[in-house]
Design a protein around this ligand. Structure first.
Ligand code: 6R9
Length: 650
């Protein structure tokens, strides 16, 4: 193993930091010893219409039940907007930077209030009630944030679907949560390319309605002004509706455990799960992590480059920052448009202090050459962050040395859609950094490493990462399927939350996430089940069977490698490969684009018919000399053909 590079906390970071190392140690200890007392105190960081008297009521055993602040009453939209108006009504809440570098605008908290209230009234007047599910399929424009907050304001549950998902994927999500109201835009625009969101929505509704769903209204933001089809009576123009709506709307009284949103995410089996987050605990946890992890000070300009279609956008573009009265930057575009300097130019343009992005973007920009970075100033930067996948030490050092000019700390934040907020991360004034390590648990978080049998591993060790007890931001259930929640997260290691990640703990107690140990791929930080890609492939006429595995990819982290067995009589060809790639893109979306397709006469299986993925992974990695025990294969000869025709020959 290469030598680990330690970056000690610099005096300048310590000076600015909200939390020093003694405070970190003390608070962490207190939070574990007496969670009721710790969170009872920190729960007050948000405003409550009715204060809670109960704090923690959680169990990871049996039926699993997670409740925080359960008798408190609050509202997320109120906390993100109204409570700031007196002090910072005229302060910028959202800086919007368009895809086109000449396109930008600022929205103050007063303006945010009016936009959100008008939209909330539009939802209400069109029959959306507390508890209803509203699907949001939007580009990265302020209206996406207004839509989320308007739902929160009236107690509707939003389900944001990433704009890069296909009509089929959107349909599945509309069906699953029985959502009858969709908010979208005519088109999105990213990197100069248009994305037909309304057309996709029309197709999705057609698919969903065939399966018995019913969508009453589609509210359409005019983004590009291109011509779109229109369903009279169903489709509504956003600008027309809000212009006639009242600019005030009372926030609904929400119990702490009333649902705030559903966000679909991929697991190792079956269809994407509707991860359900609730109101009080989520807001306490996201606002607290946003403040302390990013060391957010009043007046800082904060930029998270994620899309609101992912959990990072929910927690660290919208809810966490706005609950803290922060200035949050929302970017419509991509890192390399018009060119690879874009991120750094936006940092200079808006004087960004805190910048949070994904390793895949860092690696891609590192590949574009240092000039793109060094020609910009970046003097405003005070902190850098990463999220989404393990960051390799080389990329970490480049981010530190070149982007941060060796001056600012990097927080490598490990967390998941399910965790709601950051669980393992350095605090910049408290924890020495090691390139490639997410370092230490946040307050209230108790990681544990276990072996395959669930036995606890102590000291420095590698194993499967579990979390022993609940924290306020944790998901509460899989929407409509609590058994699946229990089964997925609490049954592998009874009584513990299993993350699905592998992890190493070093002698200093630092955590190093090594990636998923289940059948979940992480491609450019996007989560995807191998099973989803397989079922997309198998839905093609000419495919009889498919097995999908990940392999190491320089930029994407993981690439998608597909083994495809064709129907009898079909022949593999480059044209068919292209067709299969197009098919998967249309079934799931461009994020699932296969990198390699190998036609396989048959797949290696055990005698009981299970595909031996271990072998397929090895072959995809071109590591076929170490296939291990193949004696349990039903037909060992299958492997020879696979090795012979492998697509990643070095
Ligand atoms: C927030 C988010 C979760 C999975 C997670 C892990 C990987 C996220 C990471 C990281 C190493 C980090 N992951 N952050 N791995 N270091 N700092 O990404 O949520 O889309 O649900 O993905 O991403 O494998 O289990 P989500």
């Amino acid at each position: 193993m290469s030598e680990v590079h330690v970056h000690r906390v610099k005096p300048a970071w310590k000076k600015r930091a909200l939390i020093d190392s003694d405070t970190y140690e003390k608070w962490h200890k207190d939070s574990i010893k007496n969670p009721d007392k710790f969170w009872g105190k920190h729960g007050k960081r948000i405003d409550w219409f009715k204060p809670y008297t109960k704090v923690k009521n959680t169990s990871f055993k049996g039926k699993v039940s997670i409740k925080w602040f359960e008798d408190g009453v609050t509202n997320a939209s109120y906390n993100c907007i109204d409570r700031h108006l007196k002090k910072r009504g005229d302060q910028t809440a959202i800086i919007w930077e368009g895809d086109n570098p000449y396109d930008d605008k600022k929205i103050t908290y007063n303006e945010l209030y009016e936009h959100v209230c008008r939209l909330a009234n539009v939802l209400k007047s069109n029959g959306v009630k507390k508890g209803d599910r509203v699907t949001i399929y939007m580009p990265m424009i302020p209206e996406a944030a207004y839509a989320m907050l308007a739902c929160a304001r009236i107690g509707a549950i939003h389900s944001v679907v990433f704009g890069g998902f296909s009509p089929d994927s959107l349909a599945g999500r509309i069906e699953d949560c029985k959502s009858d109201f969709v908010i979208t835009a005519d088109e999105g625009i990213r990197g100069g390319k248009k994305i037909p969101l309304k057309e996709n929505t029309d197709k999705a509704i057609q698919i969903a309605e065939k399966a018995g769903a019913k969508v009453r209204n589609v509210l359409v933001v005019r983004r590009t002004g291109s011509k779109i089809d229109w369903a009279d009576g169903r489709d509504l123009w956003y600008h027309e509706e809000v212009s006639g709506a009242k600019p005030d709307c009372k926030p609904e009284k929400m119990k702490a455990e009333d649902p705030l949103f559903i966000l679909y995410t991929s697991g190792s089996t079956g269809k994407p799960k509707g991860v359900l987050h609730t109101t009080g605990g989520y807001l306490v946890y996201t606002s607290m992590t946003h403040q302390y992890v990013f060391d957010y000070h009043d007046g800082d300009i904060y930029w998270c480059t994620a899309d609101v279609g992912w959990v990072t956008g929910h927690s660290y573009i919208v809810y966490g920052p706005l609950a803290n009265g922060a200035v949050t930057l929302m970017f419509e575009g991509v890192p390399n448009y018009p060119d690879a300097s874009r991120f750094w130019e936006v940092i200079d343009k808006h004087q960004v202090n805190i910048f949070y992005t994904a390793p895949t973007a860092i690696r891609a920009l590192m590949g574009a050459g240092d000039d793109h970075v060094t020609k910009t100033s970046r003097k405003s930067l005070k902190l850098l962050g990463t999220v989404g996948e393990p960051i390799n030490p080389e990329a970490w050092e480049w981010y530190y040395n070149v982007v941060g000019d060796k001056k600012v700390p990097i927080v490598d934040t490990w967390w998941q859609t399910e965790t709601g907020g950051i669980l393992i991360t350095p605090l910049p004034g408290a924890v020495d950094l090691k390139a490639g390590s997410a370092t230490k648990p946040f307050f209230g978080v108790q990681p544990q490493l276990v072996d395959g049998d669930g036995k606890e591993l102590e000291g420095s060790a590698s194993g499967n990462l579990c979390i022993l007890d609940s924290w306020p931001g944790q998901m509460r259930t899989v929407y409509g399927d609590h058994d699946r929640f229990v089964q997925t997260y609490f049954s592998t290691y009874k009584g513990k939350y299993f993350t699905g990640d592998g992890c190493r703990r070093d002698k200093d107690g630092y955590y190093w996430i090594t990636g998923r140990v289940d059948d979940v791929l992480n491609v450019s930080g996007h989560r995807m089940g191998t099973a989803e890609v397989e079922s997309a492939l198998v839905s093609h006429d000419k495919v009889s069977e498919a097995a999908v595995v990940g392999y190491p990819h320089d930029i994407k982290g993981q690439g998608i490698y597909c083994y495809v067995t064709l129907m009898a009589g079909e022949k593999g060809s480059d044209a068919l490969k292209k067709d299969l790639v197009a098919h998967v893109r249309s079934e799931i979306g461009p994020i699932a684009t296969p990198d390699k397709i190998q036609f396989a006469p048959s797949l290696p299986k055990t005698r009981s018919g299970k595909i031996m993925r271990r072998i397929l992974r090895k072959i995809a990695e071109d590591d076929y000399r170490a296939l291990g025990d193949t004696s349990t294969l039903a037909d060992p000869a299958v492997v020879e053909d696979l090795v012979e025709n492998r697509q990643n020959k070095r």
